[in-house]
Design a protein around this ligand. Structure first.
Ligand SMILES: [Mn+2]
Length: 308
């Protein structure tokens, strides 16, 4: 078969039976968009780099003893972003709405952080009550930045405007105004600063305690990682979290709460490091945690394994 000489360019390089829209539970929505980036652009190249790197992933996960793709991972074509930025967010909102209506799990790959507003707004309409878990080096609480209310520096503030509580993890760069806002709104926002949780697991139960809803959504800015791990991002900050620390927190979140969707944003690939592969692996791990939990709960996984 001449087909054997080609591999599919979708997330994890899966064959048709595990990447079809109809039969897949997970959907990857690539959005090559960075119109709101303030410092160094390039996040528009994130989705292609992550998907390209994901082809190298080993399908087997030794921690879970599982092939994490088992529930199917569909990768959409790239969202057309050659339109007005606000229009992009509007269209993305519709796409996520359709994915949810079809009973599937949305994973948005950016792109810059302003995108997260779309899946969160869509989930608010469909699901109602949930908490956003916001991994980031930056608090993103500005009401307005560089003349825009939808800048990537305003993401958390816009989420709060939707009346959705926010729990922040890994923050280490913010204005005094943002800091005061956090301190004076304890019922809406709880922030775990990087310096508080760095190198320690004792705060994880506190993170869990801060989440008052069963449903959670994760918005994951890759700059939450230490730049020694992920140098390829528009606004890097020293003192970030480590790989196993992030995985421990994600696993705790998946196990203790009901994760209804996530996005991964702000990867600005360059040729200097392994960043894009690490982020592809992060996404695959998170898919694995969800799949493992479903399997443990006895939810039927009908698909059989397939070979590389
Ligand atoms: Mn950030």
């Amino acid at each position: 078969m001449i087909n054997n000489y080609f591999y599919p360019l979708n997330f994890a390089g899966l064959g048709k039976e595990y990447s079809d829209y109809k039969s897949s539970f997970f959907t990857i929505i690539p959005v090559p968009f960075d119109s709101s980036t303030s410092y160094s652009p390039g996040a528009r190249k994130g989705p292609l780099a992550i998907i390209d790197s994901s082809i190298q992933l080993e399908w087997f996960d030794d921690e879970l003893e599982l092939e994490n793709y088992k529930l199917g991972i569909h990768t959409f074509n790239f969202l057309d972003t050659k339109i007005h930025p606000e229009k992009t967010v509007e269209i993305l909102e519709k796409v996520v709405g359709k994915v949810l209506k079809d009973g599937k799990f949305p994973i948005v790959i950016g792109g810059d952080h302003s995108l997260s507003y779309a899946p969160i707004k869509s989930l608010k309409e469909k699901i109602g009550n949930f908490t956003v878990i916001h991994f980031d080096a930056h608090s993103d609480l500005r009401d307005e930045y560089q003349g825009s209310k939808h800048s990537h520096a305003c993401t958390a503030r816009r989420i709060l405007d939707l009346d959705i509580p926010v729990v922040q993890i890994g923050i280490r760069s913010l204005t005094r105004e943002d800091y005061n806002f956090i301190k004076s709104n304890p019922s809406k926002i709880k922030t775990f600063f990087a310096r508080e949780i760095y190198n320690s697991t004792k705060d994880y139960p506190l993170i869990e305690k801060a989440i008052k809803t069963d449903n959670i959504y994760i918005t994951f800015d890759v700059d939450v990682f230490d730049p020694s791990i992920i140098p390829s991002t528009g606004t890097p900050e020293p003192g970030g979290l480590g790989w196993y620390q992030v995985l421990e927190i994600l696993k705790m979140l998946v196990n203790k709460r009901n994760l209804i969707g996530f996005d991964v944003v702000e990867l600005a690939p360059n040729t200097s490091g392994p960043s894009e592969f690490i982020i592809a692996k992060l996404i695959y791990k998170l898919i694995g945690y969800i799949t493992f939990k479903k399997e443990k709960k006895g939810e039927k996984i009908i698909k059989k394994e397939h070979k590389h």
